[in-house]
Ligand binder design. Sequence first.
Ligand SMILES: [Zn+2]
Ligand SMILES: [Zn+2]
Length: 317
Amino acid sequence: MKVHFWGTRGSLPASVVAETIRAKIFKAIKASQGRSFHNDDAIRQFINRELPFSVKGGYGTNTSCMEIINGEDYVICDAGTGLRDFGNYVMQQGAQRRQTFHIFLSHLHWDHIQGFPFFVPAYIPGNKVNIYGCHDHLEESFVTQQNFNNFPVPLKAMNSDIRFTVLDPGKPYAIGGFTVKIFQQNHPGNSYGYRFEKAGKSIVYSTDSEHKKDIDNPSYSFIAFFRDADLLIFDAQYAFSESLLTKEDWGHSNNMSAVELSVRAGVKRLCMYHNEPTVDDATLEEFLEKTRRYLALYAESYPLKIDLAYDGMEIEI
Ligand SMILES: [Zn+2]
Ligand SMILES: [Zn+2]
């Protein structure tokens, strides 16, 4: 089973401007000073092995969208702008074949649905697009997003078979080859986390979720929801101090809560997600390093692998 991140930014797409690229080129040239390269392969090796990720790459610009690849239908979490790239990829793979998509929505804030009008497979007759969420206004949000004042093409002009299903967080479902369990989260207007289980493996998708003071309660409800997950995808948009001082009640969580809950729940791998859109790649890379250092302080011997999601990242479990 594999996870592919198509969009990892929170709140709104991040920009990359000319100055961003120039700063990366400057750092790369500086790091190469005094070196000589005999051929192109030597240059590639230098880039791959010696430049930090924030210089040779970047965390990407798209808003929330993640795919779980398990050999059956397409399973997607959230329909941010990353959904557009996913749809284009699917079309390249073979537009002739009719396909089924299961799209689970954490909630209906704009950064989680704004990619849908640009999702090309939804325009193809014969494709099935199943959209799941737990808010009563699920379908209404998609219709409104594409009313004429907002977008030139209405939802009903997308010619695939699009169906909306409002799920009940109280019960498990069998969808797309997974047992899917749902959990209500603390976010303005509520959001929902999803736990996908199949063949003894589990992936938890928990974004746009704020953890407040009761996090310290030994029987905090999220511990059971995250319990023994092979992979936990966790909203860590803020640093701990930020979430406490200036951004309380904004509905997002932080990197220290991510580590603590992962350790307490016996999670095997943590991937932080919903990255802050206003910071640069070097700052995000440093944020990841600080989080790894915090794990060493909090639970030195606990073997938790920590990543920070980026557009295009894949994790195999
Ligand atoms: Zn969001
Ligand atoms: Zn939100």
